[in-house]
Design a protein around this ligand. Structure first.
Ligand SMILES: NC(=O)c1ccc[n+]([C@@H]2O[C@H](COP(=O)([O-])OP(=O)(O)OC[C@H]3O[C@@H](n4cnc5c(N)ncnc54)[C@H](O)[C@@H]3O)[C@@H](O)[C@H]2O)c1
Ligand SMILES: [Zn+2]
Length: 374
Protein backbone atom coordinates (compact mmCIF):
# COMPACT_ATOMS: atom_id res chain seq x y z
CA UNK A 1 0.00 0.00 0.00
CA UNK A 2 2.80 2.43 0.81
CA UNK A 3 5.78 2.66 -1.47
CA UNK A 4 8.16 5.48 -2.17
CA UNK A 5 8.32 7.23 -5.52
CA UNK A 6 11.80 8.37 -6.62
CA UNK A 7 10.53 11.70 -7.89
CA UNK A 8 8.26 12.55 -5.00
CA UNK A 9 9.66 13.89 -1.72
CA UNK A 10 6.84 12.77 0.50
CA UNK A 11 4.53 9.85 1.20
CA UNK A 12 2.31 8.04 -1.27
CA UNK A 13 -0.68 5.92 -0.31
CA UNK A 14 -2.37 3.87 -3.03
CA UNK A 15 -6.10 3.33 -3.24
CA UNK A 16 -6.38 -0.08 -4.93
CA UNK A 17 -9.49 -0.28 -7.07
CA UNK A 18 -8.31 -2.14 -10.16
CA UNK A 19 -8.41 0.12 -13.20
CA UNK A 20 -9.71 2.97 -11.05
CA UNK A 21 -6.76 2.85 -8.62
CA UNK A 22 -5.08 6.13 -7.77
CA UNK A 23 -2.31 7.58 -5.64
CA UNK A 24 -2.62 9.96 -2.72
CA UNK A 25 0.43 12.25 -2.50
CA UNK A 26 1.11 13.67 0.95
CA UNK A 27 3.86 16.15 1.79
CA UNK A 28 4.85 19.56 3.05
CA UNK A 29 5.11 22.43 0.53
CA UNK A 30 4.29 20.24 -2.48
CA UNK A 31 1.60 22.44 -4.08
CA UNK A 32 4.09 24.41 -6.24
CA UNK A 33 5.08 21.05 -7.80
CA UNK A 34 1.52 19.93 -8.53
CA UNK A 35 1.80 20.21 -12.34
CA UNK A 36 4.19 17.31 -13.10
CA UNK A 37 2.21 14.92 -10.89
CA UNK A 38 -1.01 16.04 -12.53
CA UNK A 39 0.34 15.22 -16.01
CA UNK A 40 1.66 11.90 -14.72
CA UNK A 41 -1.77 10.80 -13.46
CA UNK A 42 -4.30 12.63 -15.62
CA UNK A 43 -4.33 12.86 -19.43
CA UNK A 44 -6.30 16.17 -19.56
CA UNK A 45 -4.88 19.27 -21.24
CA UNK A 46 -7.52 21.64 -19.83
CA UNK A 47 -8.41 21.92 -16.16
CA UNK A 48 -11.35 23.61 -14.46
CA UNK A 49 -10.31 24.46 -10.92
CA UNK A 50 -13.23 24.71 -8.48
CA UNK A 51 -12.51 26.41 -5.18
CA UNK A 52 -14.19 28.58 -2.54
CA UNK A 53 -13.79 32.28 -1.72
CA UNK A 54 -11.61 31.56 1.36
CA UNK A 55 -9.16 29.22 -0.35
CA UNK A 56 -8.98 31.06 -3.68
CA UNK A 57 -6.93 34.11 -2.57
CA UNK A 58 -4.42 31.92 -0.70
CA UNK A 59 -3.76 28.90 -2.96
CA UNK A 60 -5.39 29.26 -6.41
CA UNK A 61 -2.53 31.18 -8.00
CA UNK A 62 0.05 28.63 -6.84
CA UNK A 63 -1.96 25.81 -8.38
CA UNK A 64 -2.70 27.65 -11.64
CA UNK A 65 0.98 28.60 -12.03
CA UNK A 66 2.09 25.03 -11.61
CA UNK A 67 -0.43 23.95 -14.30
CA UNK A 68 0.77 26.74 -16.62
CA UNK A 69 4.38 25.56 -16.20
CA UNK A 70 3.24 22.27 -17.78
CA UNK A 71 1.58 24.23 -20.64
CA UNK A 72 -1.87 23.22 -19.43
CA UNK A 73 -4.84 25.50 -19.97
CA UNK A 74 -6.93 26.22 -16.90
CA UNK A 75 -10.02 28.10 -15.72
CA UNK A 76 -10.93 29.00 -12.18
CA UNK A 77 -14.36 29.20 -10.58
CA UNK A 78 -15.04 30.03 -6.95
CA UNK A 79 -18.16 29.55 -4.83
CA UNK A 80 -19.06 30.91 -1.39
CA UNK A 81 -17.45 28.93 1.46
CA UNK A 82 -19.41 26.58 3.68
CA UNK A 83 -21.89 23.74 3.67
CA UNK A 84 -24.59 25.87 2.01
CA UNK A 85 -22.65 25.63 -1.26
CA UNK A 86 -23.45 21.91 -1.41
CA UNK A 87 -26.80 22.69 -3.01
CA UNK A 88 -28.47 22.43 -6.41
CA UNK A 89 -28.41 26.18 -7.18
CA UNK A 90 -24.62 26.29 -6.76
CA UNK A 91 -24.20 23.14 -8.83
CA UNK A 92 -26.31 24.72 -11.60
CA UNK A 93 -24.06 27.77 -11.54
CA UNK A 94 -21.06 25.45 -11.97
CA UNK A 95 -22.72 23.66 -14.93
CA UNK A 96 -23.19 27.10 -16.55
CA UNK A 97 -19.51 27.86 -15.97
CA UNK A 98 -18.55 24.56 -17.59
CA UNK A 99 -20.41 25.67 -20.75
CA UNK A 100 -18.73 29.11 -20.57
CA UNK A 101 -15.33 27.38 -20.37
CA UNK A 102 -16.25 25.03 -23.26
CA UNK A 103 -15.40 22.07 -21.04
CA UNK A 104 -15.10 18.75 -22.85
CA UNK A 105 -15.26 15.17 -21.59
CA UNK A 106 -11.48 14.85 -21.83
CA UNK A 107 -10.97 17.81 -19.46
CA UNK A 108 -10.41 17.63 -15.73
CA UNK A 109 -12.21 19.18 -12.76
CA UNK A 110 -9.80 19.94 -9.93
CA UNK A 111 -11.30 20.42 -6.46
CA UNK A 112 -9.13 22.88 -4.50
CA UNK A 113 -10.50 23.23 -0.98
CA UNK A 114 -12.18 21.41 1.86
CA UNK A 115 -14.75 18.64 1.85
CA UNK A 116 -17.52 20.91 0.61
CA UNK A 117 -15.59 21.71 -2.56
CA UNK A 118 -14.48 18.08 -2.98
CA UNK A 119 -18.05 16.76 -2.74
CA UNK A 120 -19.50 19.50 -4.96
CA UNK A 121 -16.79 19.54 -7.64
CA UNK A 122 -16.67 15.74 -7.59
CA UNK A 123 -20.38 15.55 -8.35
CA UNK A 124 -19.91 18.18 -11.07
CA UNK A 125 -17.14 16.03 -12.58
CA UNK A 126 -19.27 12.89 -12.28
CA UNK A 127 -22.31 14.36 -14.00
CA UNK A 128 -21.30 17.05 -16.52
CA UNK A 129 -21.38 15.39 -19.96
CA UNK A 130 -21.67 12.09 -18.03
CA UNK A 131 -18.26 12.37 -16.49
CA UNK A 132 -14.94 14.22 -16.77
CA UNK A 133 -11.61 13.48 -15.15
CA UNK A 134 -11.42 14.53 -11.53
CA UNK A 135 -8.54 15.40 -9.18
CA UNK A 136 -8.70 16.32 -5.50
CA UNK A 137 -6.43 18.93 -3.91
CA UNK A 138 -7.68 18.91 -0.31
CA UNK A 139 -6.78 21.94 1.80
CA UNK A 140 -8.66 21.17 5.04
CA UNK A 141 -7.60 18.42 7.43
CA UNK A 142 -11.03 16.78 7.10
CA UNK A 143 -10.64 16.64 3.33
CA UNK A 144 -7.08 15.27 3.57
CA UNK A 145 -7.91 12.50 6.03
CA UNK A 146 -11.37 11.59 4.83
CA UNK A 147 -13.53 13.25 2.18
CA UNK A 148 -11.00 13.39 -0.68
CA UNK A 149 -10.51 9.61 -0.53
CA UNK A 150 -12.98 7.00 -1.67
CA UNK A 151 -15.05 8.69 -4.35
CA UNK A 152 -18.19 9.73 -2.49
CA UNK A 153 -19.42 12.93 -4.13
CA UNK A 154 -22.66 14.84 -3.87
CA UNK A 155 -24.80 17.65 -2.56
CA UNK A 156 -27.40 18.05 0.17
CA UNK A 157 -31.18 18.06 -0.13
CA UNK A 158 -33.21 20.27 2.24
CA UNK A 159 -34.50 17.02 3.80
CA UNK A 160 -31.19 15.27 4.25
CA UNK A 161 -27.39 15.50 4.05
CA UNK A 162 -25.56 14.08 1.01
CA UNK A 163 -28.78 12.67 -0.44
CA UNK A 164 -28.01 13.48 -4.08
CA UNK A 165 -24.72 12.08 -5.25
CA UNK A 166 -22.63 9.37 -6.81
CA UNK A 167 -19.50 7.29 -6.35
CA UNK A 168 -16.86 8.84 -8.58
CA UNK A 169 -13.16 8.21 -8.00
CA UNK A 170 -10.50 10.87 -8.65
CA UNK A 171 -7.39 10.27 -10.77
CA UNK A 172 -5.24 11.37 -7.85
CA UNK A 173 -5.32 13.17 -4.52
CA UNK A 174 -2.64 15.76 -3.75
CA UNK A 175 -2.44 16.86 -0.10
CA UNK A 176 -0.01 19.63 0.88
CA UNK A 177 -0.01 19.69 4.68
CA UNK A 178 1.45 23.23 4.67
CA UNK A 179 -1.98 24.49 3.60
CA UNK A 180 -3.22 23.56 7.09
CA UNK A 181 -1.28 26.55 8.48
CA UNK A 182 -4.05 28.87 7.29
CA UNK A 183 -6.93 26.60 8.30
CA UNK A 184 -9.01 28.03 11.17
CA UNK A 185 -8.45 25.97 14.40
CA UNK A 186 -12.12 25.00 14.52
CA UNK A 187 -11.78 23.38 11.08
CA UNK A 188 -8.63 21.55 12.17
CA UNK A 189 -10.74 20.05 14.96
CA UNK A 190 -13.25 18.77 12.39
CA UNK A 191 -10.51 16.75 10.68
CA UNK A 192 -9.40 15.45 14.06
CA UNK A 193 -12.90 14.10 14.74
CA UNK A 194 -12.69 11.92 11.61
CA UNK A 195 -9.16 10.96 12.66
CA UNK A 196 -10.37 9.75 16.07
CA UNK A 197 -13.13 7.85 14.23
CA UNK A 198 -10.55 6.04 12.07
CA UNK A 199 -8.47 5.15 15.12
CA UNK A 200 -11.49 3.83 17.06
CA UNK A 201 -12.75 1.59 14.26
CA UNK A 202 -9.44 0.21 13.05
CA UNK A 203 -6.24 0.98 14.93
CA UNK A 204 -5.55 0.95 18.68
CA UNK A 205 -1.87 1.82 18.06
CA UNK A 206 -2.86 4.94 16.13
CA UNK A 207 -5.27 5.86 18.93
CA UNK A 208 -2.40 5.64 21.46
CA UNK A 209 -0.19 7.78 19.19
CA UNK A 210 -2.93 10.40 19.04
CA UNK A 211 -3.28 10.38 22.84
CA UNK A 212 0.45 11.01 23.18
CA UNK A 213 0.65 13.70 20.50
CA UNK A 214 -2.36 15.97 21.01
CA UNK A 215 -0.07 18.95 21.56
CA UNK A 216 2.04 18.27 18.45
CA UNK A 217 -1.10 17.79 16.38
CA UNK A 218 -2.88 20.94 17.50
CA UNK A 219 0.29 23.02 17.03
CA UNK A 220 0.73 21.60 13.51
CA UNK A 221 4.14 19.94 13.94
CA UNK A 222 5.18 19.13 10.38
CA UNK A 223 6.18 15.48 10.72
CA UNK A 224 3.37 14.66 13.14
CA UNK A 225 0.87 16.02 10.62
CA UNK A 226 2.35 14.10 7.71
CA UNK A 227 2.31 10.87 9.77
CA UNK A 228 -1.26 11.55 10.83
CA UNK A 229 -2.55 12.24 7.32
CA UNK A 230 -0.71 9.19 5.95
CA UNK A 231 -2.12 6.83 8.60
CA UNK A 232 -5.66 8.12 8.07
CA UNK A 233 -5.30 7.67 4.31
CA UNK A 234 -4.01 4.11 4.77
CA UNK A 235 -6.98 3.21 6.97
CA UNK A 236 -9.56 4.79 4.68
CA UNK A 237 -7.90 3.44 1.50
CA UNK A 238 -7.89 -0.11 2.91
CA UNK A 239 -11.60 0.05 3.78
CA UNK A 240 -12.56 1.64 0.45
CA UNK A 241 -10.44 -0.85 -1.53
CA UNK A 242 -12.22 -3.74 0.21
CA UNK A 243 -15.74 -2.34 -0.32
CA UNK A 244 -15.93 0.57 -2.77
CA UNK A 245 -19.72 0.89 -2.95
CA UNK A 246 -20.49 0.26 0.72
CA UNK A 247 -22.04 -3.17 0.40
CA UNK A 248 -20.79 -3.97 3.89
CA UNK A 249 -17.44 -3.15 5.50
CA UNK A 250 -17.27 0.49 4.29
CA UNK A 251 -20.24 1.18 6.54
CA UNK A 252 -17.88 1.18 9.54
CA UNK A 253 -16.72 4.63 8.41
CA UNK A 254 -20.15 5.85 9.48
CA UNK A 255 -19.28 5.63 13.17
CA UNK A 256 -20.70 8.81 14.71
CA UNK A 257 -22.43 9.80 11.47
CA UNK A 258 -25.98 8.51 12.03
CA UNK A 259 -26.50 10.88 14.94
CA UNK A 260 -23.99 13.36 13.47
CA UNK A 261 -25.91 13.85 10.21
CA UNK A 262 -29.18 14.17 12.16
CA UNK A 263 -27.58 16.92 14.29
CA UNK A 264 -26.42 18.75 11.14
CA UNK A 265 -29.86 18.49 9.52
CA UNK A 266 -31.98 19.22 12.59
CA UNK A 267 -29.97 21.59 14.81
CA UNK A 268 -29.00 24.11 12.13
CA UNK A 269 -29.37 26.98 14.64
CA UNK A 270 -26.52 25.57 16.76
CA UNK A 271 -24.20 25.71 13.72
CA UNK A 272 -22.18 22.57 14.33
CA UNK A 273 -19.66 21.90 11.59
CA UNK A 274 -19.55 18.38 10.16
CA UNK A 275 -16.63 17.12 12.27
CA UNK A 276 -18.14 18.60 15.44
CA UNK A 277 -21.44 16.83 14.75
CA UNK A 278 -19.45 13.61 14.21
CA UNK A 279 -17.72 14.09 17.57
CA UNK A 280 -21.16 14.31 19.23
CA UNK A 281 -22.30 11.30 17.20
CA UNK A 282 -19.31 9.32 18.50
CA UNK A 283 -20.32 10.22 22.07
CA UNK A 284 -23.88 8.98 21.37
CA UNK A 285 -22.40 5.76 19.93
CA UNK A 286 -20.29 5.33 23.09
CA UNK A 287 -23.42 5.63 25.26
CA UNK A 288 -25.28 3.07 23.14
CA UNK A 289 -22.30 0.68 23.19
CA UNK A 290 -22.04 1.03 26.99
CA UNK A 291 -25.75 0.41 27.52
CA UNK A 292 -25.54 -2.72 25.34
CA UNK A 293 -22.38 -3.82 27.24
CA UNK A 294 -20.43 -3.95 23.97
CA UNK A 295 -17.76 -1.59 25.26
CA UNK A 296 -15.91 -1.36 28.58
CA UNK A 297 -16.17 1.81 30.67
CA UNK A 298 -12.39 2.45 30.57
CA UNK A 299 -12.22 2.49 26.75
CA UNK A 300 -15.25 4.79 26.62
CA UNK A 301 -13.55 7.18 29.06
CA UNK A 302 -10.34 7.19 26.99
CA UNK A 303 -12.27 8.05 23.82
CA UNK A 304 -14.19 10.82 25.58
CA UNK A 305 -10.97 12.25 27.03
CA UNK A 306 -9.22 12.25 23.65
CA UNK A 307 -12.13 14.10 22.02
CA UNK A 308 -12.02 16.66 24.82
CA UNK A 309 -8.22 17.08 24.63
CA UNK A 310 -8.66 17.80 20.93
CA UNK A 311 -11.21 20.49 21.90
CA UNK A 312 -14.08 18.71 20.19
CA UNK A 313 -17.64 19.05 21.52
CA UNK A 314 -18.83 16.14 23.68
CA UNK A 315 -22.15 17.64 24.72
CA UNK A 316 -24.81 20.00 23.40
CA UNK A 317 -25.65 23.13 25.37
CA UNK A 318 -29.33 23.86 25.43
CA UNK A 319 -32.46 21.84 24.88
CA UNK A 320 -32.81 19.52 21.89
CA UNK A 321 -35.82 17.73 20.50
CA UNK A 322 -34.61 14.13 20.36
CA UNK A 323 -37.78 13.04 18.52
CA UNK A 324 -36.87 15.40 15.64
CA UNK A 325 -33.37 13.96 15.59
CA UNK A 326 -34.81 10.44 15.51
CA UNK A 327 -37.00 11.37 12.52
CA UNK A 328 -33.93 12.75 10.72
CA UNK A 329 -32.09 9.47 11.43
CA UNK A 330 -34.92 7.55 9.75
CA UNK A 331 -34.10 9.47 6.54
CA UNK A 332 -30.51 8.21 6.67
CA UNK A 333 -29.24 6.35 3.57
CA UNK A 334 -28.27 3.44 5.81
CA UNK A 335 -31.82 2.81 7.05
CA UNK A 336 -32.99 -0.62 5.87
CA UNK A 337 -36.60 -1.77 6.29
CA UNK A 338 -37.18 1.05 8.76
CA UNK A 339 -34.29 -0.07 11.02
CA UNK A 340 -31.52 2.40 11.75
CA UNK A 341 -28.15 0.74 11.26
CA UNK A 342 -25.63 1.90 13.85
CA UNK A 343 -21.87 1.39 14.02
CA UNK A 344 -20.87 0.97 17.65
CA UNK A 345 -17.36 0.66 19.08
CA UNK A 346 -16.64 -2.72 20.69
CA UNK A 347 -13.20 -1.62 21.90
CA UNK A 348 -10.49 0.79 20.82
CA UNK A 349 -9.64 -0.44 17.33
CA UNK A 350 -12.80 -2.44 16.70
CA UNK A 351 -16.49 -1.88 16.01
CA UNK A 352 -19.63 -3.70 14.96
CA UNK A 353 -22.91 -3.05 13.13
CA UNK A 354 -25.98 -3.04 15.37
CA UNK A 355 -29.40 -2.73 13.72
CA UNK A 356 -31.81 -3.75 16.46
CA UNK A 357 -31.65 -0.68 18.68
CA UNK A 358 -35.09 0.37 19.82
CA UNK A 359 -36.43 3.91 19.51
CA UNK A 360 -36.32 4.44 23.33
CA UNK A 361 -32.69 3.28 23.48
CA UNK A 362 -31.74 5.74 20.71
CA UNK A 363 -33.75 8.60 22.25
CA UNK A 364 -32.04 8.03 25.63
CA UNK A 365 -28.58 8.18 24.04
CA UNK A 366 -29.44 11.32 22.09
CA UNK A 367 -31.00 13.00 25.14
CA UNK A 368 -27.84 12.23 27.14
CA UNK A 369 -25.89 14.54 24.80
CA UNK A 370 -27.32 17.53 26.68
CA UNK A 371 -25.55 16.35 29.86
CA UNK A 372 -21.92 17.48 30.20
CA UNK A 373 -19.77 14.40 29.59
CA UNK A 374 -17.66 13.24 32.52
N1 LIG B 1 -17.07 12.50 0.46
C1 LIG B 1 -16.81 11.98 1.63
O1 LIG B 1 -16.44 10.80 1.75
C2 LIG B 1 -16.92 12.85 2.84
C3 LIG B 1 -16.38 12.43 4.06
C4 LIG B 1 -16.43 13.29 5.15
C5 LIG B 1 -17.01 14.55 5.01
N2 LIG B 1 -17.54 14.92 3.81
C6 LIG B 1 -18.14 16.25 3.63
O2 LIG B 1 -17.11 17.21 3.80
C7 LIG B 1 -17.71 18.45 4.19
C8 LIG B 1 -16.90 19.06 5.32
O3 LIG B 1 -15.61 19.33 4.85
P1 LIG B 1 -14.69 20.44 5.53
O4 LIG B 1 -14.75 20.27 6.99
O5 LIG B 1 -13.39 20.42 4.85
O6 LIG B 1 -15.53 21.76 5.22
P2 LIG B 1 -15.30 23.01 4.22
O7 LIG B 1 -15.00 22.55 2.87
O8 LIG B 1 -16.47 23.89 4.43
O9 LIG B 1 -13.99 23.70 4.80
C9 LIG B 1 -14.06 24.27 6.06
C10 LIG B 1 -13.73 25.77 6.03
O10 LIG B 1 -12.31 25.92 5.92
C11 LIG B 1 -12.00 26.75 4.82
N3 LIG B 1 -10.70 26.26 4.32
C12 LIG B 1 -10.44 25.07 3.73
N4 LIG B 1 -9.13 24.93 3.56
C13 LIG B 1 -8.54 26.05 4.04
C14 LIG B 1 -7.20 26.48 4.16
N5 LIG B 1 -6.17 25.71 3.83
N6 LIG B 1 -6.98 27.71 4.70
C15 LIG B 1 -8.01 28.49 5.11
N7 LIG B 1 -9.29 28.12 5.05
C16 LIG B 1 -9.55 26.91 4.51
C17 LIG B 1 -13.16 26.65 3.87
O11 LIG B 1 -13.26 27.78 3.07
C18 LIG B 1 -14.33 26.54 4.86
O12 LIG B 1 -14.70 27.81 5.32
C19 LIG B 1 -19.14 18.13 4.60
O13 LIG B 1 -20.00 18.60 3.60
C20 LIG B 1 -19.17 16.61 4.65
O14 LIG B 1 -20.43 16.08 4.34
C21 LIG B 1 -17.50 14.09 2.74
ZN1 LIG C 1 -17.64 12.58 8.12
Amino acid sequence: MHRSDPKFQGRIVHVNLGRRSYPIYIGSHILPDFGPFFTQNCPSKHAIVVTDDNVKPIYAEMLLNSLAEQNLESHLVSVPPGESSKQMAVLEHLYDKMFDFAAERSDCVIALGGGVIGDLAGFLAATFKRGLNFVQVPTSLLAMVDSSIGGKTGINHPRGKNMIGSFYQPKMVFADTDTLKTLPPRELGCGLAETVKHAIIRDAGFFATLEQNTQAVTTLQKNTLIDLVERNCQIKAAVVSADEHEAGLRGILNLGHTVGHAIETTLKNLDFHHGEAVSLGIVAALRLALSRKLLDERSAQKILLLLQKLQLPTHIQGPINSADLYQAMLQDKKVKHGKINFVLPTGIGSCDFINDLSEPEILTAVDSLTQPAT
